[in-house]
Design a protein around this ligand. Sequence first.
Ligand code: HEM
Length: 188
Amino acid sequence: MSCLLNNPDKLAKAREEIDKQVGQERLLEESDIAGLPYLGNIISETFRLYPASPLLVPHFASEDCVVGGYLVPAHTMVLVNAYAIHRDPNLWDDPMSFKPERHSAAAGKVDGAKILTFGMGRRVCPGVGMANRLVAYTLGTLIQCFEWERVGEEEIDMTEGKGITMPKVKPLEAICVARPVVKNIIVS
Ligand code: HEM
């Protein structure tokens, strides 16, 4: 939501997609999510720039192994810096910009190996499907039901605080105004 408030054109595009696909007469449902690719692109782009677990979870080499050409001796703790990989200019065009369009089918499929928000391989997060659905369902419903605006002219402060899940230093404050669907649902 912070990224969208700093990029109102992207928020408007997501709202248009939801209005076209779902409308204002009923609430968005889980089954609508597959038909909302732009919403999915927004979530992928947010997970790229702000992975909730930027160093994933510590791994431990039980025996000597070679990863990407580097010897990892037995009993070494390995941390994967997903945050740095997701902002690596060798991997991403204009890496610091919030561009959901880069994940679109039209832009070509993003190599899944470049996005490590949920880890990868044998210990990949088993909750990935549930997490993606919940985030899409929640964000999609917030966009469908309310007009969102920044409190003032200033951009939302995205400064990252201390902590393993990268909290924002300044919690998000925003203005929301109910859209017609809220009245339609409550009245009916
Ligand atoms: C946005 C939400 C979530 C994010 C970003 C996330 C991210 C991660 C990451 C980075 C790991 C470590 C992968 C690794 O070892 O390299 C992990 C592991 C795990 N996650 Fe999630 N997760 C999310 C939601 C969930 C949900 C909803 C569940 C359960 C319903 C879940 C259950 C687990 C479990 C059990 C593991 C340990 C897997 C293992 O070590 O074999 N996660 N998650």
